[in-house]
Design a protein around this ligand. Structure first.
Ligand SMILES: [Zn+2]
Length: 384
C-alpha cells in the first residue's frame, strides 16, 4: 500500500547527481483505455527527450537510457496494476522503482533532480482512514478501509441468545423472550460501540466511521456510540451480514466514502470561493497564491489536481515564481528552474506550518488551479 514511509524512501534516494525520470500512468479499467496505454506512454516520453536538450551530456545520456528502457518494456504497465502506476527511473544512479497507485492519476512524465512526488502526496493527503463495521445480530466484522483497500481488522462474536423456553403461559413467555432478546441486542450494540471507541482511541486508530448491516443493527450501534465517535460516522449501508463478502463490503465502502469526500470537497471549495470573492482572507490563481506563499502568509493551500507548471526558485531568498526570470526580482540572486511550481509552493507552505489540501473533483477551483486561505490579512501587514 502507498504510505508515507514509501514516499520518504523515494525522497531520500541517492541520485548521485543524475536526473530522475518520473512517469505517472493512468490504468483506469476499460479496454479502450488499456489499448491506448503504449501510445500514451510513447507521447509522454517523446516530450521528455525534447525537454532534456539543455542538460549536460552525462545527464542527457542517462535520461535517454531511461526513455529507451521504458519504451522497450511497455508490458510493465500491465492492467493488473489497478488504477495507475508511478515509475521512478535514473539510469545513471541505478534507480528503478515502481509504485501501484490507489486511485486514478493525471498522466505526466517529469525530469527533475529527484523523484517527482506531488501526486503521491496528494493521494496520501486525500485518502482518510476509515473504519467499516458490519453489524450482525450477534457478531460484528470490523474492517479498515483506506486508499481503496479493505482489510479485516477484527471479528467480534457475542454470546448466543439462549434457546427460548416455550413451556408455561404462552403470552407471558413470548413477552419475556422478546424483552430478553431486546436486552441481548442492546448489550450487543453497546459491546460493538465500546470496541469501536477503543479502536478509535488506539494507536493508529481511524479518522472516519462507516456502519453497515440491517437497519436496526446499524441504528442500534450508532445510538450506542459516545458523541465524539458518533460524529465520525460519515455514512451507512444496508447489507445482509449472512451473505456479505469482502468484495461487497469494499464496494459499499467505496461508494459511501466517495459520496462523503465529494460532498466535503464541494463545501470547502465553496467556502474558499465565497471568502475570496468577498475580499476576505483568501486568494485564487497561481500568481496571487505564489505571492502570499512567498510572504509566508498561507494557512491552507488548495491545489486542484492538474498539469505541472514550470517555474523557478530563487537560490537566495527561496522565492517561488512563474515569471521565468534568471535572477530574482526581489533579492537579485540567480534562480533555478523547477518543473512544477505548485510542488515548491506546497513544500514552502508545509515548512511554515501550513497545510496543503488537494481537490480531486472538477469544480469552480479548476479554472484557477490553486487557491489559498491566509493566516491573516496581508493588507494589514502592508499597512503597518
Ligand atoms: Zn530572491
Amino acid at each position: 500500500m502507498l504510505d508515507q514511509v514509501s514516499i520518504d524512501r523515494l525522497r531520500r534516494m541517492d541520485t548521485r547527481g543524475f536526473p530522475v525520470l518520473s512517469v505517472y500512468v493512468n490504468l483506469q479499467p476499460g479496454p479502450e483505455s488499456l489499448r491506448s496505454v503504449p501510445a500514451r506512454i510513447k507521447d509522454l516520453l517523446a516530450h521528455i527527450e525534447e525537454d532534456s536538450q539543455a542538460l549536460p551530456r552525462d545527464q542527457r545520456l542517462s535520461i535517454r537510457a531511461d526513455v529507451a528502457a521504458l519504451s522497450n518494456d511497455i508490458g510493465r504497465f500491465g492492467p493488473d496494476l489497478g488504477h495507475g502506476v508511478a515509475v521512478f527511473r535514473s539510469n545513471g544512479a541505478a534507480i528503478d522503482q515502481q509504485l501501484v497507485l490507489p486511485g486514478p492519476v493525471r498522466e505526466r512524465a517529469i525530469i527533475d533532480s529527484g523523484a517527482y512526488l506531488r501526486p503521491l502526496e496528494a493521494m496520501i493527503e486525500h485518502y482518510p482512514h476509515y473504519c467499516v463495521a458490519v453489524v450482525g445480530r450477534r457478531f460484528a466484522s470490523i474492517f479498515r478501509f483506506a486508499m481503496d483497500e479493505l482489510e479485516t481488522w477484527e471479528e467480534m462474536r457475542d454470546e448466543e441468545i439462549r434457546k427460548a423456553n416455550y413451556g408455561g403461559f404462552a403470552g407471558y413467555e413470548e413477552q419475556r423472550v422478546r424483552s430478553r432478546a431486546d436486552e441481548v441486542a442492546s448489550k450487543h450494540y453497546r459491546t460493538v460501540a465500546g470496541r469501536l471507541t477503543e479502536l478509535k482511541r488506539s494507536e493508529g486508530g481511524f479518522d472516519l466511521l462507516i456502519v453497515g448491516g440491517p437497519e436496526a443493527h446499524v441504528e442500534g450501534t450508532i445510538g450506542a456510540l459516545p458523541p465524539d465517535v458518533a460524529t465520525l460516522v460519515v455514512g451507512t449501508f444496508s447489507i445482509d451480514p449472512g451473505t456479505m463478502t469482502p468484495a461487497t463490503v469494499l464496494e459499499h465502502s467505496r461508494r459511501v466514502a466517495a459520496q462523503w469526500e465529494g460532498h466535503q470537497e464541494k463545501r470547502i471549495v465553496a467556502e474558499l470561493m465565497d471568502t475570496a470573492s468577498a475580499g476576505g482572507r483568501a486568494v485564487l490563481g497561481l500568481e496571487e497564491v505564489s505571492s502570499v506563499v512567498n510572504q509566508r502568509a498561507v494557512d491552507t493551500l488548495f491545489v486542484q489536481a492538474g498539469r505541472a507548471i514550470p517555474g523557478s526558485v530563487c537560490s537566495g531568498c527561496g522565492r517561488v515564481s512563474t515569471d521565468g526570470d534568471p535572477v530574482c526580482s526581489v533579492c537579485g540572486a540567480p534562480t533555478r528552474p523547477v518543473p512544477d511550481v505548485i510542488d515548491r509552493l506546497s513544500e514552502s507552505v508545509r515548512s511554515t506550518g501550513g497545510t496543503v489540501r488537494h481537490i480531486l473533483n472538477p469544480g469552480p477551483l479548476s479554472e484557477f488551479e490553486v487557491g489559498a486561505r491566509l493566516r491573516y490579512s496581508t493588507l494589514m501587514i502592508d499597512a503597518t
